[in-house]
Design a protein around this ligand. Structure first.
Ligand code: NAD
Length: 356
């Protein structure tokens, strides 16, 4: 099969990590008989340098015409003086909007070989955890009406929090479908004891659950969920929540794995193309030094193969190659303990290709 992938290498460490991810995709294609056709396009700081615009129309057109989008990271101090509408991060929002990406999927998995990096006590972690956070990405308080009023001589800020039933239905279905191929458990997180938006969320998720009788659904208030994530992360499998709560909880879930350079993500809409990227930023402090860990980007490609192309075996092969490399002691600087041998970005990419 042939798959067209739009590639946005981006800024900072973006080009270094994406180059390794492309190497791994090529190796996977060679092993399983697929061809991945890459078209490099510009977004973020690199696009501002080349065209003055953080998200050129040509980039959007090529992304829309591709089967999938692979992104490194955008941004950096050089662009801090750009006007808000042309900041590199605006390119990401623009892409999500243009591609209709309403579901952000973030796995947070603890690798046994990296258990030392987990900031939670071993007695709590037990046999580890493997959580997938499904965050709604295009609604909620971030997209509600914003305004300032003046009351009794004081300025008051307002952000309207809202969710419509169809918005909740489509993200809930994503979560239940994901749970069907995992351990069939969904935790829906809201604040239904206080917020009307959350009451609509909870009622709707409960109705959608009836379509998936094999999946166990539990509801949890967001404050409790934040607590439970550090008290007993192993209890969660698929966690579905709105944009605001998901923003915070997905970062919390990521950080308890202890290694930002390891965590992939997918942003999905109703149809292809999805967008796949590491959860970290452009790490300007280590850019150009061959210190970046490419694993988050490589695992994002594994998600792409599974969710956009339906290539489950190929996706699992990449995940297994990463795990084998870690088990063999391969470490980039961010995950190495003092005194351990440190691999460069491209050495780690090559080793994962070799494991494949
Ligand atoms: P960051 O994620 O870039 O870096 C935080 C820390 O983690 C740094 O010490 C960095 O060296 C380290 N780190 C990150 N990725 C790593 C990797 N793969 N391997 C090893 N170490 C890694 O966050 P930041 O410093 O807050 O942001 C830097 C820039 O990135 C900013 O301009 C920010 O706006 C942008 N950013 C972009 C995205 C994106 O493109 N999706 C996301 C977050 C931040």
């Amino acid at each position: 099969m042939e798959y067209k992938i739009a590639v946005i290498k981006g800024d900072g460490i973006g080009p270094e990590i994406v180059t390794e991810a492309m190497k791994v995709l090529d190796k996977t294609g060679e092993k399983f008989g697929h061809t991945f056709i890459f078209t490099e396009v510009l977004a973020g700081g690199a696009a501002i340098d080349a065209t003055g615009n953080c998200l050129p129309d040509k980039t959007v057109a090529i992304c829309k015409a591709s089967d999938s989008v692979l992104l490194g990271a955008v941004g950096g101090p050089k662009y801090d003086t750009q006007p808000p509408a042309n900041r590199p991060e605006k390119a990401l929002l623009g892409l999500r909007e243009q591609l209709g990406l309403f579901a952000n999927i973030r796995p947070a998995k603890m690798y046994k070989a990296l258990a030392d990096a987990c900031p939670i006590k071993e007695s709590i972690i037990g046999s580890g955890f493997d959580i997938t956070v499904v965050r709604e990405l295009t609604g909620d308080v971030y997209f509600g009406k914003k305004m300032r009023t003046e009351e009794n001589g004081m300025v008051v800020g307002h952000d309207d929090m809202n969710y419509s039933v169809p918005e909740v239905v489509r993200i809930a279905r994503r979560a239940f479908e994901m749970a069907m191929v995992r351990s069939k458990k969904v935790t829906s997180v809201d604040k239904a004891n206080v917020l009307e938006t959350s009451r609509v969320w909870r009622e709707t998720v409960t109705k959608v659950a009836a379509e998936y009788p094999d999946v166990q659904l539990e509801h949890m208030y967001v404050d409790n969920a934040a607590m439970q994530l550090v008290r007993n992360p192993g209890q969660f499998d698929v966690m579905v929540t709105g944009n605001l709560f998901g923003d915070i909880l997905s970062d919390e879930a990521s950080m308890i794995t202890g290694s930002i350079g390891m965590l992939p993500s997918a942003s999905l809409g109703e149809a292809n193309p999805g967008m796949y990227e590491p959860i970290h930023g452009s790490a300007p402090d280590i850019a150009g030094k061959s210190l970046a860990n490419p694993i988050a980007t490589i695992l994002s490609c594994a998600m792409m193969l599974k969710y956009s192309f339906g290539l489950e075996t190929e996706s699992a092969a990449i995940e297994a190659a990463v795990e084998a490399a870690l088990n063999s002691g391969a470490r980039t600087a961010d995950i190495a303990k003092a005194g351990e041998h440190v691999l460069s970005t491209s050495e780690m990419g090559s080793l994962i290709c070799k494991q494949l």
